[in-house]
Design a protein. Structure first.
Length: 729
């Protein structure tokens, strides 16, 4: 494919691993459209009057929106089991709201209790997350639609019909196919790899330090997303049907890790070449772009020319840093490895099949990687010494927070509008949906207000266009559902932008639209979001910095476990042995690979937890420092991969290597436990072993491989010490 077409396609595919966002958007739009159509047909067949028909269609659309997100699962049986109780949850909320709706203060007290219960039940499973949300939505719609008890039977019919429609679509058209999903993730990895290579090329072409720093930051972000795809692929490998015939999860994991090593080599080599001459940098950049474009033949020729140029420049300028020539060799070797091993995993036939496979991270029931709440779930809240609420479990603590925030939002919303106060309650409630730390909550509140404010402007403009044309309004509603779901994982502000447009169109269809109504919604949303944010910040908060510190310890501990595992069966009772005795080479290799993926997943979790600290410049932290520390952690992980590959590839005597691995493992454990005393590098550590290897004068291939492995261990040792020295915030 010509580069002019392939590059935009790379951007599209790379931004949506497995095309899960596109599927989510399409599922939302199609399910809502189908629900509206079927509800209209069923309601007409039942002879419902126009107001009741509209209410039935709205309920069907609501359950379709929620169901399209909750029921599109790889397992159809799981989807069916979850859907059975959808009508129960929504119907109970709607019924309670209908019965207490005429009693002002009773309905508000019950609203708070419903919010508490909706969050409390999340502890049981993913299904109960959606049941709680449906319970809350049912109660909310009773306040919004004001149904009477006589209407409940036909409303329940509408709920059941909507559930059947969305279940039918989610278990057929929009059910994630395991093998196709994995193939799409591979395509996303290839696209991200190509983007990475082009970014590395652009860093070599810029001249100023500031531009290089910006390029390096973009490379770091892109590599982080690439690594997420690797972890996601490992998770999908647990589904036997995701693998092509003849593949095994173990061989897939091995191939993914080999691809990581090749990309590491290219990345480190290109970074070192920023100090090379303009001609070397230009040729290196050209080779990177050719590889990204898939022109591996020309890339190999440019690489050979680059090596000759580096040798000639070294001869003409003896004072030149010899590491430049080594970096050129590393770049050419890495690009050759990428050309021979594309991003789609290449599985050599000599690797063993292992049916007992445990992924580094279990995917959610929806086939996605766990989000940031999974990182903060076990982090202690602030104030445990004096506040008994801080000692509660995460879901109970969040249920208390949402009850407090909901109570305050009811009061504030009532002051703004006695009849529309529920908008403030919605804004307060969602602050505690999909968030784990107080900075998560702060970001979600801010994005909700920004999205609502911008959506208000667009909603007013579009409402004027679609006024008197309900068919156009329905088209806008469906498009808003698609775009909102498609972009929600990019930013929550996008979702709120399109939801506000949707609400404007809905009020237009109901004949209640006015500019003042949307301005009122903005005021209520701002009040509710602010209250939710303040409660998250002040009432038994989970500190983002505490979560980041915990996740960072997890990364360093995982590196320590990896360095112990690579010592293998020779290391006594290390992870290379089990109750039945020493592991064979294949089992040992598999165990080390599992530890490597555990390190990758721990880094992913750290990036999730630290993301809010890299976006918001508040008094208690500095984003630049946080990004710097994340870069050092990524450096540690990269060196750990390289050192592991070097150690695992060694033959012959391993005493010196085993000692160095053990020292790095001890250092990592001490840093994780906060017990490390910074030592002088000239006296201790793997560098001492490296000097010993160099002094031995071994010139065999075994001696050279051992020195390379020791050099990687020494670099990892140094990176861990740099991590200890780098300021946190």
């Amino acid at each position: 494919m010509p580069p002019l077409l392939s590059r935009p396609l790379d951007v599209l595919i790379a931004s949506d691993p497995g095309l899960s966002r596109l599927r989510q958007g399409l599922a939302g739009a199609v399910c809502v459209s189908a629900a509206l159509l079927v509800e209209a047909v069923v309601g007409t067949a039942l002879g419902l009057p126009a107001p009741s028909l509209v209410i039935s269609m709205i309920l069907g659309a609501v359950i379709a929106m929620i169901g399209s997100n909750a029921l599109a699962r790889p397992s159809a049986l799981q989807s069916i089991r979850a859907a059975v109780f959808f009508p129960v949850a929504l119907g109970v909320g709607l019924g309670i709201g209908t019965l207490v709706g005429d009693h002002l203060w009773v309905s508000r007290v019950v609203f708070v209790l419903v919010m508490f219960g909706a969050v409390y039940v999340r502890r049981f499973s993913l299904d109960f997350f959606f049941y709680g949300f449906l319970l809350w939505m049912g109660y909310f719609f009773s306040l919004f639609l004001h149904p009477v008890p006589a209407q409940l039977p036909h409303l329940m019919i509408a709920i059941v019909v909507g559930t059947i429609v969305v279940l039918a679509l989610c278990t057929t058209v929009f059910r994630p196919h395991a093998r196709r999903t994995l193939a799409r993730i591979f395509r996303s990895m290839r696209a991200r790899r190509n983007r990475l290579l082009r970014l590395m090329a652009s860093r070599l072409r810029v001249e100023t330090a500031r531009e290089r720093e910006k390029a390096t930051r973009r490379i770091f972000d892109e590599r982080t997303r690439f690594d997420e795809n690797v972890v996601m692929s490992d998770g999908w490998a647990a589904h036997a049907r995701a693998l092509p015939v003849g593949w095994s999860a173990e061989t897939l994991r091995r191939s993914l890790l080999d691809g990581q090593l090749a990309l590491d080599l290219v990345g480190w080599s290109s970074r070192r070449l920023v100090d090379a001459s303009p001609r070397v940098r230009g040729l290196a950049a050209h080779a990177l772009v050719l590889t990204a474009d898939g022109d591996h033949g020309r890339a190999a020729r440019v690489g050979a020319l680059l090596e000759r140029l580096a040798v000639r420049e070294q001869a003409e300028t003896p004072e030149q840093d010899p590491r430049i020539r080594d970096a050129v060799r590393g770049l050419v070797r890495g690009l050759d490895a990428l050309a021979r091993r594309p991003a789609d995993p290449h599985l050599p036939p000599d690797l063993e099949h292992n049916d007992e496979f445990t992924p580094a991270v279990a995917l959610t029931g929806l086939g996605l990687l766990p989000g940031s709440p999974s990182v903060s779930r076990d982090v202690a809240a602030r104030g445990r010494r004096w506040n008994p609420l801080a000692r509660l479990s995460a879901t109970t603590r969040q249920a208390v927070q949402v009850a407090i925030a909901g109570s305050l939002a009811i009061g504030a919303g009532t002051l703004i509008s006695g009849s529309r106060y529920y908008w403030a309650v919605i804004a307060a409630f969602v602050v505690f949906t999909g968030t784990g730390t107080r900075m998560d909550s702060f970001g979600k509140s801010l994005n909700r207000v920004i999205g609502t404010a911008l959506g208000l402007v667009a909603g007013i403009a579009l409402a004027a266009v679609t006024a008197g044309h309900p068919e156009f309004a329905l088209v806008v509603i469906v498009l808003s559902v698609f775009l909102g779901f498609y972009l929600i994982r990019v930013s929550y502000a996008y979702m709120m932008f399109f939801v506000t447009i949707l609400v404007a169109q809905l009020y237009g269809i109901l004949g209640q639209f006015s500019d003042a109504l949307l301005l009122l919604r903005l005021a209520e949303t701002a009040a509710g979001a602010t209250i939710g944010m303040l409660v998250a910040l002040l009432v038994v908060p989970v500190s983002t910095r505490d979560t980041v510190r915990s996740a960072e310890r997890e990364v360093v501990d995982a590196i320590a476990d990896l360095m112990t595992a690579v010592q293998g069966p020779d290391a006594g009772e290390a992870p290379g042995t089990d109750a039945s005795g020493p592991l064979d080479a294949g089992a040992w290799r598999s165990e080390v690979d599992a530890h490597l993926l555990a390190v990758e997943n721990a880094q992913r979790r750290l990036t999730l937890a630290a993301a809010p600290l890299t976006r918001y410049h508040l008094t208690e932290h500095r984003p630049r420092r946080v990004r710097r520390r994340l870069t050092v952690v990524a450096t540690c992980v990269s060196y750990a991969r390289t050192a592991t590959a070097g150690v695992m590839g060694l033959e012959g005597p391993r005493d010196r290597i085993l000692g160095a691995c053990d020292e790095v493992a001890q250092l990592a454990r001490a840093i994780a436990a906060g017990e490390h005393q910074l030592r002088e590098r000239d006296d201790e550590g793997p560098e001492r072993a490296l000097r010993g290897s160099q002094a031995s004068g071994e010139e065999s291939s075994t001696g050279g491989a051992q020195r390379e492995a020791l050099a990687a261990l020494a670099a990892l040792d140094l990176a861990l010490i740099e991590l200890e020295r780098t300021p946190r915030h």
